[in-house]
Each structure stands twice: as C-alpha cells, then as structure tokens.
Write a protein that binds this ligand. Structure first.
Ligand SMILES: NC(=O)c1ccc[n+]([C@@H]2O[C@H](COP(=O)([O-])OP(=O)(O)OC[C@H]3O[C@@H](n4cnc5c(N)ncnc54)[C@H](O)[C@@H]3O)[C@@H](O)[C@H]2O)c1
Length: 258
C-alpha cells in the first residue's frame, strides 16, 4: 500500500523486538529504513533480511546513549539521503527494582538509555527536519509511563519523562511552524525477549506461566504482538496521522483502562 513511500525512516534498537517489527513494516510500506542498534551482528542480519525483500535498508551500529554516535548516524543519513522524514526512538529498557534496591548507577543507566537517547535523537532530527519540510518523531514510551509500577521505578520515571518531553517538543515545533509532529506510543506487555524476561521477573514465574498471568491483566485477554505496535508506529509515521501531535497513543489491550 506504500503508506510511507519514499520516506527516510530511522529506527533505533531495530535489530530485534519492537524496533525490528517497525523496521520491517516501514520497509514493506515503501520507506527507506535506517536500522540502528548496539547489537551489530543481529542488526546486520535483520537488515539483510529486509533488503532480501527488495526494500531499501541500511544498518549502522549505534549506542543511543552516545552523542558522538548520534552525530555520526545523522551525518551518514544526510550524506546518503539528504534528509530524514521519520525518527523512531525505540531503543530502551529497564531493570526490575524497587526504590529501596535500585542503585544510583542503574538509575542513571536507565535514564540515559530511555531519556538521553530520546533527547539526543529528537534534537538532531529537528535540526534537520526543520530545513527539509518537516517530519514525524515517534518516541517509544510504555504503559509504565502512564501508571506506576513498584518494581520498575526507574523505567516508569524514564518512560513518563519521555511522554512529557515529547509533548513539550510538539508544542515547540508547533509554535515555530516546523511541520514536525511528535508523539509517544505506550505499549502494554508485548511478546519480545526482553518483554517476557521482565514479565517473568515481575511474577517470579517461568516465561510461559508469566505470559498466562499477564494475559489475565490485559482486559483483551492476551498480551500483545510486536506487529500490533508497529501498526501504530506506521500510522504515526505516515501522512494519515497529519493532525496528530503531542499525543500519547496507548496500545495496551485495555491495561490502563482499568
Ligand atoms: N516488550 C514490551 O512489552 C514493551 C512494553 C512497553 C514498552 N516497550 C519499549 O519498547 C522498546 C523496545 O522494546 P523491546 O521489547 O523490543 O526490547 P528488545 O530488548 O527486544 O529490543 C531492544 C533493542 O534495543 C537494542 N539496544 C539496547 N540498548 C541499546 C543502546 N544503548 N543503543 C542502541 N540499541 C540498544 C537491543 O540490542 C535490542 O535490539 C523499548 O523502549 C521498551 O522499553 C516494550
């Protein structure tokens, strides 16, 4: 259907999980996709599989917490394609701790992985997009950024930060008539390796039993699939979402409706 035909799309954390699903779907819908990740072996593998479908894709090794890596990713994109249309700040994650057991270093690492990354990517994308007609920035938050979780204390703080950072940036871009839209996506539990590890730690159950336990917490009666998040990201990346900015797009099987 070519819903993002000819758009230049950067997806971070794209070697696996939700980022991989987003990269595959954007490529399928006509986008040129730049996949980045710290895991270069898996990143190259995923990228090659996308290229084998006839789509345009490249892989760049990238630690999203590192400013120099961001500069190098953007200079490669701008030298190769001349612009960026879509940025998906997807790479993120957390550790399973409450406020009494979390170390300061783990707190800083989680804030860096989820928030420094989103700040750096968003700032660089705006610098380029404002001169090339605009674009769409999609920042991956979580239901953990909407409601508290006693044992995901730093992750919840970081993902809530991503949400209000994104709204503030959306207002800034609107005020300057940049034609840059900024939105967040808030998944419930989605079946990825790290999603299931987190679920297993949270319940003290095996991955299989944790899936059953978490299915019961989602009113729809199951946990989510990566493609169900990628479908929302595709909508926000495409011009179909032209009136959406500063929004929080919840895709959680009803988890936060309760
Ligand atoms: N899976 C879920 O249930 C769920 C729910 C809500 C939100 N999320 C969010 O969605 C995003 C993706 O989650 P996922 O489940 O696909 O995770 P994942 O662990 O399966 O994939 C994350 C990818 O990011 C990469 N990565 C990790 N640190 C990086 C860094 N410093 N720089 C660049 N790449 C890095 C990893 O190598 C991996 O390929 C995260 O922001 C996560 O917080 C996931």
């Amino acid at each position: 259907m070519n819903r993002v035909m000819d758009k230049i799309c950067l997806v971070t954390g794209a070697a696996s999980g939700l980022g991989e699903a987003c990269a595959r779907l954007l490529a399928q819908e006509g986008g040129t996709v730049i996949l980045t990740d710290i895991n270069d072996i898996q990143g190259h593998k995923t990228t090659q599989e996308i290229k084998d479908t006839g789509a345009n894709a490249i892989f760049i090794k990238h630690d999203v917490t590192n400013e120099d890596d961001w500069k190098s990713v953007f200079s490669t994109i701008l030298e190769t394609y001349g612009k960026i249309d879509v940025l998906i700040n997807n790479a993120g994650g957390g550790t399973y701790n409450d406020v009494e057991t979390l170390s300061l270093q783990d707190w800083k690492n989680i804030i860096a992985l989820n928030m420094d990354s989103t700040f750096l990517g968003t700032q660089m994308a705006i610098k380029s997009m404002k001169d090339t007609g605009g674009g769409s920035i999609i920042n991956m938050s979580s239901v953990g950024g909407l409601v508290g979780s006693p044992n995901l204390v730093a992750y919840s703080a970081a993902k809530a930060g991503v949400k209000l950072f994104s709204k503030s940036v959306a207002l800034h871009c609107g005020a300057h008539n940049y034609n840059i839209r900024v939105n967040t996506v808030h998944p419930g539990l989605i079946k990825t390796v790290s999603g299931m590890e987190m679920a297993s730690k949270a319940t003290g159950l095996s991955v299989e039993d944790a899936e059953t336990a978490f299915a019961a917490m989602h009113p729809i009666g199951r946990i989510g699939k990566p493609i169900e998040i990628a479908n929302m990201v595709l909508f926000l990346a495409s011009d179909e979402s032209s009136f959406a900015t500063g929004g929080e797009f919840v895709v959680d099987g009803g988890y936060t409706a309760q």
